[in-house]
Design a protein around this ligand. Structure first.
Ligand code: GTP
Ligand code: MG
Length: 393
């Protein structure tokens, strides 16, 4: 079979010729000489077992152990991708694939290629995206303790908390999808976080996602996964694509907590058997100011996502339908006026005392906090409005 050169991302789908295979098996490969020939042979057997016209594409990133030649000799189409990374490899492979359906699997013999017909059947029966679920069928030695009980469950739980995908094993490397959903998925990640991106984008596009249990075998050859670096890349991806969880919720919690603390001090409410004073008020003010700032950053991040990255967020869409620039300006203005009014009262007290000693620290802190928060809201509202100036939706 042939060998092609992929140069840059993202890859556009291969043109139709009328003789397309039904199924493209795409395998990313980095120094897998120990396994790659067998993987290609097993993938071809999997295609034959299902009776599919198919192709096997191996995407190589300049492996130094001859993997590319071994794959080609075993009957695969070898794609060379310059940019390193699991995601880069898949993007290049997807750009070359011609099948109506794409099946993805690692080049390390951890997945059963004989499952190919099962994945394809789900697609033929209406699924857009199919993900294996390894978690109940992990063979001894196949997954380190840290990944089995910490990395995978924690990252999958965070992913589902933020994005509600319902996918049980979000990092499973054996998957399948219809090739025609790729433009909607608009995938861009270059590293291992590509696995999370696919699941999140599929859920956001409301694709029909199906999953079923598969076996996970011990790997032959050296793992390319770096637990902490790749775990962090997944987590970073989850955070930066959800301004609600990264900014809005933590910011709102801080602002509300700060307000409650300030009220406790100002109203001299007895908590835990004692009243709280100035130091507590400083903490309350700090949380109110920082919380407001973080919420404002979150709203700007949402606006950027919506207007410049074609992101859709139902909560943000509802907010922007309900509130306009003038609402933000009015809220900021009210807080500024309230802050100024309290400051005026303090000056009045000072005046009454003949400009003598003053001890209105709590009130002064409240006035300063209201002014800072009001000014933040006032100008952040303008920034949000600027971000939306070129909007077309
Ligand atoms: N082309 C290419 N393939 C890669 C790259 N990094 C990893 N791969 C391949 O992607 C697949 C997944 O990598 P693995 O090392 O198996 O990572 P993993 O499956 O998360 O971890 P294990 O459980 O240890 O297998 C393998 O087939 C690798 O050869 C890369 O930079 N370029
Ligand atoms: Mg693997």
């Amino acid at each position: 079979m042939s060998s092609t050169q992929a140069t840059n991302l993202p890859s556009s789908p291969a043109p139709e010729t009328g003789h397309e295979p039904l199924v493209s098996v795409v395998i990313p490969c980095l120094n897998e000489a120990e396994n790659i020939e067998r993987c290609v042979a097993l993938a071809r057997q999997g295609l034959e077992a299902g009776g599919y016209r198919g192709e096997v594409i191996v995407v190589d990133n300049n492996s130094e152990d001859g993997s590319a030649d071994l794959a080609r000799n075993a009957g695969a189409t070898v794609v060379h991708e310059r940019r390193r990374g699991y995601g880069s490899a898949y993007l290049a492979g997807f750009g070359t694939a011609r099948g109506r359906y794409i099946v993805m699997a690692d080049a390390d013999l951890t997945y059963d290629f004989k499952e190919i017909p099962r994945f394809v059947r789900e697609l033929e029966e209406g699924a857009d995206f199919v993900v294996g679920d390894r978690m109940d069928n992990i063979h001894p030695g196949a997954m380190p303790w840290l990944h089995r009980y910490v990395g995978n469950p924690v990252l999958t739980s965070v992913l589902n908390l933020f994005y509600r995908t319902g996918v049980k094993d979000a990092h499973c490397g054996m998957r399948a999808l219809r090739r025609d959903v790729l433009p909607r998925l608009d995938l861009r990640s270059t590293g291992m976080e590509f696995a999370s991106e696919m699941v999140i984008r599929a859920a956001k596009e409301e694709l029909e996602i199906r999953q079923f249990p598969i076996e996970y075998h011990p790997r032959a050859g050296e793992s390319k996964l770096s637990s902490f670096r790749d775990g962090w890349r997944h987590l970073r991806f989850l955070l930066v694509h959800s301004p609600t969880h990264l900014f809005v919720i933590p910011g709102a919690v801080m602002a509300v907590l700060g307000t409650l603390i300030a009220l406790t001090v100002l109203l001299q409410i007895n908590v835990l058997g004692r009243a709280w004073d100035l130091h507590t008020m400083v903490a309350g003010s700090l949380l109110m100011i920082v919380g407001t700032q973080v919420v404002a950053l979150g709203l700007c991040a949402h606006a950027y996502g919506t207007y410049f990255m074609e992101d859709r967020d139902p909560w943000f869409d509802k907010m922007r339908a309900r509130y306009r620039l003038e609402h933000g300006l009015a809220l900021g203005g009210v807080l500024i006026v309230a802050g100024l009014a309290i400051a005026a009262v303090i000056v009045g007290i000072w005046f009454d005392r003949g400009f003598g000693a003053l001890s209105e620290e709590r009130m002064a802190l409240l006035a300063a906090t209201l002014l800072i928060v009001g000014i933040q809201i006032f100008f952040s509202s303008f920034l949000l409005s600027i971000l939306g100036l070129r909007r077309d939706r």
